[in-house]
Write a protein that binds this ligand. Structure first.
Ligand code: MG
Length: 639
């Protein structure tokens, strides 16, 4: 039966905690990595009993290394070693042993010899009712590609010997995927699933440290799986991930993320099969269809009495006006055009706890869904439970799920296009006067998250599987104190775009943000305007502070592009940054940081779809100066 499995090597912690995490996340099968038994405080039969209690089938023991092609006396010793593994398998109650291709210097490269060794091993295994799976390691001495492993398995020709197809080894070697479909299903011992970033790195280091769940990396996981399943294979599909971050994270989180990633992969395969007119495989429970999200209904800030006035004067300078106050809570609604910002100053409940942990910050984001109920059902099916906040009598209750650093993602219905029944989430607000307020900003262009490296991939999977977001290209950027990475995820129609930035430790601005903020979060909100020059001139006249851009930047701009001198002079005067790609133009400006936690960006786009990455190092350097200056002021204040 097709079912999701996970190799214990994918998680950190004790074997007991890995088994429990896998069972709780909904896995029904598990591969036992032999090293995990070494540290297990009990007998292998106890592992078997524990797995049984959790409904987990132990599908394989892995791996046996450097088995085939070895000269005597090593060959004889390997067969003795195999007998001991069979004894262990008996006690574990598993029927399959995985062998990965030899890396030993003195291993033979003669495929007849390799086939003979594997054939003899299969015969020995057959006496005890076991089967053998043979896997090509990408860095094997002689056998590196699945086609070679398959040739050897065919040569050996034993009913209980099959090939192990591991997407990592196959994709890192850029092996052809389509011909996998020609392998008879009965000759596939196991399918192992691992994605990885599609970067140039030696396959062994990449494999040992950077494997990741499907959808987190850049490999063609769907095509790989489609080819495997086209054979008619109906055994376990097993995650086998070696990743230092995963092993350092709590096992329940990793198991949940792995299951989420597999559920999304299974869905993508069924979508592909539907396009081809084939029946869905529905491995596990089918998911409600991905949500269609068409924008951000509101952003919620939490603040305290000490900082509220500074936050609201910043909002005013951006063109927002307070239009209403919540009936029963200390919450204000700020608005301009279709943009809504909710400012929460409650002294208890979720927002206040968030404030105590993080200070003034974005604590929630309300997204607009085509069908919030279906979207929540999907979130729940993917292990993201619904959260309901406290509401007063007769007030609207907006369901949410947990986002980055326990912030909330509210599930709002999107307003109908014909304007027939306006979305009325704001009915709990008492309006001071006009509900509408015109202003210079017309849309939320994007919002960026800064994340600890250790949790970055987890949020990639959340956004992609739960919210149906897709990837935009990944970039690596220079920070004055190190590199940082950025990956952009967003709704397919780009109405919501979230660049995710990871600081790689050290003193990068991203890392410093994480330190100050006390965790990951929203660092930047970018609004768009039709006339950035007019916006900045007016805002400056109203006393708004923008990030100071060094003079050299404009010298460089002048050298790179032919910008009209008076336009360039204006940019310089106003601190406006500029980028141009294929005739498209991007003008943008940054506010100074608020309490070193977040800042706003205001952008003007003309046939330009990127984020001005060329200017990011300039922004980071300028912000670093700002942070250093703030630190100097604090030190002086303390003296
Ligand atoms: Mg493998």
């Amino acid at each position: 039966m097709l079912r999701w499995s996970i190799a214990t090597v994918s998680m950190g912690g004790t074997l007991e905690s890995k088994l429990a995490a896998a069972g709780r996340a909904g896995f029904r099968a598990i591969e036992i990595f032999e090293n995990d038994l070494t540290f297990f405080n009990g007998r292998p039969r106890d592992v078997r009993a524990r797995a049984q209690d959790l409904g987990l089938d132990i599908i394989a023991l892995q791996p046996m290394r450097d088995f085939e092609g070895m000269p005597e006396p090593m060959r004889a010793r390997n067969f003795e070693r195999a007998q001991r593994k069979f004894d262990l398998m008996e006690e574990l109650g598993t029927r399959a042993l995985c062998i990965c291709s030899s890396v030993a210097e003195d291993a033979s490269g003669d495929f007849d010899v390799l086939a003979k060794d594997l054939g003899d091993l299969a015969d020995l295994a057959a006496q005890r009712g076991f089967s053998i799976g043979y896997e090509a390691l990408a860095w094997g001495k002689h056998v590196r590609d699945w086609m070679q492993a398959w040739e050897i398995v065919r040569k050996a020709d034993r009913p209980n010997l099959g090939i192990v197809l591991d997407s990592y080894h196959i994709c890192v070697r850029k092996n052809p995927l389509a011909p996998i479909a020609e392998i008879p299903a009965s000759k596939i011992a196991l399918v192992q699933i691992a994605d990885a970033p599609d970067i140039l790195m030696d396959p062994m280091s990449l494999s040992r440290h950077h494997r990741c769940f499907p959808g987190q990396g850049g490999y063609p996981m769907r095509d790989f799986m489609a080819a495997c399943l086209a054979t008619g294979y109906d055994g376990p599909l097993s995650l086998e991930i070696f990743n230092d971050q995963f092993r350092g994270a709590p096992a329940p989180q990793i198991a949940r993320d792995g299951m989420r990633a597999l559920q999304a992969l299974g869905e993508s395969i069924d979508t592909l099969r539907a396009e081809r007119g084939e029946r869905p495989l529905s491995i596990g429970q089918p998911l409600p269809a991905p949500p269609v999200i068409d924008g951000i209904e509101f952003i919620e800030f939490v603040t305290g009495n000490a900082e509220a006035a500074r936050l609201t004067s910043l909002l005013e300078a951006l063109g927002f006006a307070r239009v209403g106050h919540h009936r029963s809570k200390d919450v204000d609604l700020w608005r301009q055009n279709d943009l809504n910002i909710v400012v929460n100053r409650e002294q208890d409940g979720f927002a206040h706890s968030f404030y105590l942990l993080h200070g003034t910050s974005v604590c929630a984001l309300a997204l607009r869904f085509d069908d919030p109920k279906r979207a929540l059902d999907r979130a729940n099916a993917l292990g993201a439970p619904t959260y309901y906040g406290r509401v007063g009598p007769g007030e609207a209750s907006i369901p949410a799920v947990g986002g980055v650093e326990n912030s909330l993602v509210y599930y709002m219905p999107r307003p109908p296009k014909d304007g027939s029944t306006p979305s009325n989430w704001d009915r709990d607000f008492v309006f001071d006067g006009a509900r509408e307020h015109p202003g210079p900003l017309n849309a939320i262009d994007h919002m960026s998250n800064v994340l600890r490296r250790s949790e970055f991939l987890s949020w990639v999977t959340f956004y992609k599987s739960v919210l149906g977001f897709v990837d935009e290209p990944q970039v690596e950027l220079a920070d004055p104190y190190g590199a940082f990475y950025s990956r952009v995820l967003g709704s397919p129609d780009k109405s919501v775009r979230i660049p995710m930035n990871i600081g790689d430790g050290g003193a990068t601005t991203v890392s410093r943000f994480i330190d100050t903020f006390g965790g990951s979060g929203v660092q930047q909100i970018a609004f768009s305007t039709n006339d950035l020059f007019a916006f900045v001139e007016k805002a400056r006249a109203n006393g708004m502070d923008f990030l100071a851009i060094p003079e050299n930047y404009y010298e460089d701009l002048e050298a790179r592009y032919d910008i009209a001198p008076d336009r360039l002079a204006k940019m310089r005067e106003l601190g406006i940054l500029y980028d141009r790609v294929k005739g498209g133009e991007f003008l943008h400006v940054y506010t100074k940081m608020f309490d070193e936690r977040f800042f706003f960006e205001i952008v003007e786009r003309h046939d330009y779809d990127l984020f001005g990455a060329a200017n990011t190092p300039v922004r980071l350097a300028a912000q670093m100066n700002e942070l250093d200056e703030a630190m100097r002021q604090r030190t002086l204040g303390a003296m």
